[in-house]
Ligand binder design. Structure first.
Ligand SMILES: Cc1cc2nc3c(=O)[nH]c(=O)nc-3n(C[C@H](O)[C@H](O)[C@H](O)COP(=O)(O)OP(=O)(O)OC[C@H]3O[C@@H](n4cnc5c(N)ncnc54)[C@H](O)[C@@H]3O)c2cc1C
Length: 355
């Protein structure tokens, strides 16, 4: 069977590799002359998530900085979550995109660079992996994504107190509906970023993250992050089987905007079931729906809080020793994995004093 995949980001390339591995005839179109540029990503991925995609690329060669945890600032209340071993890695994201598309090509996919798709599809089986403003989704009249964050980011000279800890700043006054971040690249540089839920301004958020660290204005790059999955991510449309994956489907963690791990895993399902839209939708929702839903509920709660509500939340989480719990059981991608019997033990110990 033939499949046309639109967009050679990580989702498109992983879908292409998996379809090619099942001996399908794969065409992958990319509007740019190379994949992964411009880079709109902080490149921070969980170790477990990277390992879930290890049959597609070897992340170990792309690691820029190991990350052991995060300081989460609930306005002025800091929760430190730190593990002895790395929980994630800052990676060279452009290189990952390029390795993936080369892998797709080497496994038999035909890659058409400089081909912007606007209705000129090469097959009746289509996978839209064309990012947050998906042309494929618009063309086939999928319901719109209901929530986007706008972001600004730049890599700046910065000496982190601990270059293996990420800083996350929650404040709906400074970063309405989203957050500010500092992701160290090494001892001397860090990526600064700030986002706000549309219709709030990412430019103001950007000024705010710089002000927090008394840094002068620096020119940022801006981009969009879908913050909610689409209600429908596949359909039969006349003769066409149409699937959406990755950012185009909104398969993104609402709390952080991270999308490579979920998008990549869903793309692997799309590469297998591109001829069966219903099966694709069922498979990815069964495997990842509960985790994406949990992220979306946490995000909903956080964005509904005033700054004094966030401070109170930070104080309460500290009082319940949630930093200790998350340091041991935390999972960057899959909140459902943190909810085993250990949580009951923790609550009994910290609320009722039963150990
Ligand atoms: C500031 C920022 C920081 C982020 N940091 C992280 C992070 O640390 N960790 C993480 O996991 N995620 C992060 N993300 C999210 C992550 O970058 C996305 O989830 C990921 O790129 C989604 O991959 P994708 O393949 O679905 O889409 P994309 O990477 O957007 O790829 C889409 C591809 O389709 C191509 N395309 C678009 N339209 C057409 C067309 N009509 N014809 C042909 N080609 C087309 C584009 O050129 C592009 O190559 C971040 C996002 C932002 C904005």
């Amino acid at each position: 069977m033939k499949v046309h995949i639109v967009g050679a980001g990580p989702s498109g390339s992983i879908a292409a590799i998996n379809a090619a591995r099942s001996n399908h005839d794969v065409v992958l179109s990319e509007e740019h002359s190379v994949s992964g540029i411009p880079e709109n990503c902080s490149g921070l991925f969980s170790k477990e998530g990277l390992e879930s995609l290890s049959s597609y690329f070897n992340y170990k060669k792309q690691v820029v900085n190991p990350i052991h945890g995060a300081n989460i600032h609930f306005v002025d209340q800091k929760l430190s979550i730190r593990r002895k071993d790395p929980v994630g890695y800052v990676c060279n994201r452009s290189a990952i995109d390029q390795i993936l598309v080369e892998q797709a090509e080497s496994e038999g996919a035909k890659v058409n660079y400089n081909e912007k798709i606007s209705g000129n599809f090469h097959s009746t089986n289509i996978i839209g992996a064309d990012g947050p403003m998906s042309h494929v989704a618009n063309h086939f009249s999928f319901e719109k994504i209901q929530r986007y964050a706008t972001t600004m980011q730049a890599t700046l000279p910065y000496k982190s107190e601990d270059p293996h800890m990420v800083e996350v700043f929650l404040s709906n006054k400074l970063f309405p509906g989203f957050f500010g971040w500092i992701i160290p690249q090494n001892h001397d540089f860090a990526e600064f970023g700030a986002g706000a839920l549309i219709p709030n301004s990412a430019i103001e958020a950007w000024h705010n993250i710089l002000k927090l660290k008394n840094l002068p204005y620096a020119k940022p790059r801006g981009w969009l992050i879908p913050i909610k999955s689409r209600k429908q991510t596949s359909k039969r449309h006349g003769n066409y089987n149409v699937l959406l994956v990755g950012d185009s489907a909104g398969q993104v963690k609402s709390t952080t905007g991270g999308g490579l791990i979920f998008g990549g895993n869903c793309a692997s399902i799309a590469g297998k079931f591109f001829h069966d839209p219903l099966r694709y939708d069922l498979e990815w929702r069964l495997r990842f729906g509960p985790d994406l839903f949990a992220h979306s509920m946490v995000h909903k709660y956080l964005r509904s809080q005033s700054d004094s509500g966030l401070k109170l939340l930070g104080r309460r989480l500290k009082k319940l020793n949630c930093d200790d719990y998350l340091s041991i059981y935390g999972n960057m991608d899959r909140p459902t994995k943190m909810m085993g019997p250990q949580i009951i033990k923790h609550v009994l110990k910290n609320i009722c004093g039963v150990s």
